[in-house]
Design a protein around this ligand. Structure first.
Ligand code: BJW
Length: 236
């Protein structure tokens, strides 16, 4: 086993107290996707969208990584040398992977902790609110910052790097994602077509569960550390 690609979703952060999207009580039960997570929604009612993201940006800064984030960071540190490669692709817009210490990380749906300036195309680090239309720290123009989040209908980030990693992987592991949102939901089939072994770690069978060679169901805080131990022990 040499090259590993790991896809994570909201389920890995659920035990840190961050709401998932599609579980009972999840974000999409509290807000209509069309009202808050599309470019059309932002054009129609920017205050509503900015308030939604300001609230979530503030909330994630009070949360801590859990045992699953720490286990993946441990694997990231250990999986070096001998031509081995590892890429963690997260759909999550929180920063719990990096706060646990993961370094080889791609945020394909953006992050809460940068803003995107529509005036200069800069991506300044951002921790505060956007609702009050602050100036961009890079170009000084006010009122043109939006959340650096990939909304429905927009192109996810770093797709070339992700498909490159998938095409040379030996193992694809999907953790805590419902398999409802493309293109991420299609990665398992892309991997299968390339003869890559595939493993799902999720609370329950995802929408794409049948595509995986193996699926283990339970909480990420238990499944992920156990899988990382198993992998590292087998490689010693
Ligand atoms: C646990 C657990 C625990 C709980 N332990 N597990 C028709 C067909 C096909 C595609 C389309 C279509 N119509 C439109 C599309 C495209 C569209 C799409 O996929 N729509 C679907 C709804 C059908 N996709 C897009 O528009 C994307 N862009 C795009 O496609 O561009 C064109 C393109 C073409 C070709 C190549 C590349 C690109 C953009 C998608 C943007 C997604 N944005 C969001 C919101 C923004 C972020 C935010 O506001 O926070 O990203 S949507 C939301 O869903 C968020 C997530 O990243 C994403 C995935 O959700 P996730 O992570 O899977 O969470 P949940 O809640 O769904 O699942 C949690 C899972 O965890 C569950 O299974 C639980 O059981 C489990 N769990 N607790 C382990 N303790």
């Amino acid at each position: 086993m040499k090259n590993i690609v790991i896809l994570t979703g909201a389920g890995i952060s659920a035990e840190s107290g961050i709401d998932t999207f599609r579980d009972s009580g999840g974000l999409w039960e509290q807000h209509r996707v069309e009202d808050v997570a599309t470019p059309e929604a932002f054009a129609r009612d920017p205050d509503l969208v900015l308030r939604f993201y300001d609230m979530r940006r503030a909330a994630i800064q009070t949360k801590e990584p859990n045992a699953a984030h720490h286990a993946l960071a441990r694997l990231d540190r250990a999986w070096h040398g001998g031509g081995r490669d590892l890429t963690i692709v997260t759909q999550n817009v929180d920063d719990l992977h990096e706060r646990a210490g993961a370094e080889r990380l791609i945020h394909m749906h953006g992050t809460h902790l940068t803003a995107w300036c529509l005036a200069c195309d800069g991506k300044p680090a951002w921790r505060g609110a956007l609702l009050d239309r602050p100036a961009c720290p890079e170009c000084g123009v006010s009122g043109r910052l939006r959340p650096d989040i990939v909304w429905f209908g927009e192109m996810p980030y770093d797709m070339d790097r992700i498909y490159h990693a998938l095409n040379r992987a030996d193992l694809f592991v999907s953790i805590g994602t419902s398999g409802a949102v493309y293109p991420a939901a299609g990665f398992v089939r892309e991997a299968r077509m390339n003869g890559v072994r595939t493993l799902e770690l999720n609370l329950e069978p995802s929408q794409g569960s049948r595509w995986f060679d193996e699926a283990r169901h339970g909480p990420a805080s238990e499944l992920v550390p156990a899988w990382v131990d198993e992998l590292l022990n087998a490689e010693i």
